[in-house]
Design a protein around this ligand. Structure first.
Ligand SMILES: NC(=O)NCCC(=O)O
Length: 417
């Protein structure tokens, strides 16, 4: 390349970079998989896919044909709709245990300057056709994104956003209970919770609504971020519900809320309690976490022999007053781009392509839960885990007089000749 060509290439690079941050696309493509499928020759794409998203039972994931009604809703309301199927090997003594699972990602519906009630109601309206599409597709378990009923205002530290908080049996739950009954569906609803029985304190909570519209239980986010603009500790405390697994009509499920995905032991604990599917409803932005996003959930699925459903918001949320965080950056009024990219990971290391990086979406997967035990039998991660070694280390680590087990080279400070 001569100097002129280099300059043009650099300019193009900058243009592509700025276009990807402006509209949320990746150089005009909805997702990494879309970019690769359009630009690679079919045989190359096949091979890249094998390496990037793995094979399930030795073959690429199959697409599911969805009913016209579900597809019509996606065209009319302009949300991404994709559906895949994870297989398991046939067993002699157990029937397949196939469940259909859905994940919804969405942007907020009104500017954050609108009256709070209007903002919430507009999100409800926006979600209706997406939930109906899940219902029309026969989804058994549906999970929404973190704090789905409000903008992710925790960056601001302003207390007025606390008004969005609701009790476990509040209006968001009632809204979803109708759908749970209508579609015989388990729904996971992550909200900002106000605990009215305990001094009206706030929590970041996922409510599990059973397929009869009943509330099965709740789980409160265990790990609170203190990174970048995620000033969430201003609003609520670390959860006090442990690592519950909810036995539902469609399988044993658990919820690892957002930042908890960076903590391998959090994932482990849900696995030890018997989860078959762990949902990770999230709100995270590209600049901070995008390279981690496809890795952590997938690793958790492999290490714990369960399925993971990862959901992230989409879009950019701008707030009325500029705010700062502890990272020394100048004050700003938006959080950055929530990059969507929701996807499923399976215990055999395969995963689905991701939903759009900038559009609302519904991702559906059939999964045969028999795959969980098949992978435990094949790889033996539970049996080889040596939990007693780690229990012992952790017990010692928690003591004030703990000393790290480090063996220093006695010649460490010897000068080389
Ligand atoms: N909502 C939340 O916990 N976000 C933290 C950022 C991240 O974990 O990527």
């Amino acid at each position: 390349m001569d100097k002129n060509e280099e300059e043009i290439a650099a300019q193009n690079g900058n243009l592509e970079e700025s276009s990807s941050t402006k509209d949320g696309s990746i150089c005009g493509y909805e997702s990494l998989h879309h970019l690769l499928s359009v630009n690679l020759k079919p045989h190359l794409y096949k091979e890249v896919s094998r390496l990037l998203i793995g094979l399930n039972c030795g073959k690429p994931l199959e697409l599911i044909a969805l009913p016209e009604a579900a597809k019509a809703l996606s065209s009319k309301h302009d949300f991404d709709l994709q559906a895949f199927s994870f297989d398991a090997d046939k067993e002699l003594l157990r029937e397949p245990q196939v469940v259909r699972v859905g994940l919804i990602q969405n942007s907020v519906a009104l500017p954050t300057t609108a009256p709070l009630l209007d903002q919430k109601n507009a999100i409800f309206q926006k979600l209706k056709p997406i939930i109906d599409s899940a219902g029309a597709s026969g989804v058994n378990i549906l999970c929404l994104q973190e704090a789905w009923m409000m903008p992710f205002a925790f960056c601001t530290r302003e207390k007025r956003w606390c008004e969005f908080a609701e009790p476990v049996d509040g209006e968001s739950t009632r809204f979803l209970q109708e759908y749970a009954r209508k579609y015989n569906m388990v729904i996971i609803s992550p909200i900002l919770e106000r605990d009215v029985n305990h001094g009206e304190t706030l929590w970041n909570t996922a409510i599990i609504i059973g397929n009869h519209g009943n509330i099965i239980g709740k789980h409160r986010k265990n790990h609170i971020p203190r990174v970048g603009d995620f000033n969430e500790s201003t609003y609520y405390m670390e959860g006090n519900t442990g690592h519950p697994v909810f036995e539902t009509a469609y399988g044993k499920i658990a919820v690892n809320i957002c930042y908890g995905r960076h903590h391998p032991m959090n994932w482990l604990a849900f696995g030890l309690n018997g989860a078959e599917i762990v949902f990770n409803p999230s709100a995270t932005v590209g600049e901070l976490s995008e390279p981690m996003w496809p890795i952590e959930a997938r690793n958790a699925a492999i290490a714990n022999s369960y399925f993971v459903g990862s959901i992230n918001r989409v879009g950019t949320e701008t707030f009325p007053n500029p705010f700062t965080s502890g990272d020394g950056k100048p004050q700003h009024a938006d959080f950055g781009h929530f990059y969507g990219s929701s996807h499923f990971s399976a215990p055999d290391a395969s995963c689905t392509p991701s939903l759009s990086r900038y559009k609302d979406g519904l991702l559906i997967s059939d999964m045969d839960l028999n795959l969980c035990r098949q992978l435990k039998d094949k790889w033996g991660f539970r049996m080889t885990a040596r939990y007693e070694l780690y229990a012992d280390l952790l017990a010692r680590y928690l003591k004030p007089d703990f000393e790290p087990q480090v063996i220093s080279d006695p010649l460490l400070h010897k000068k080389s000749l």
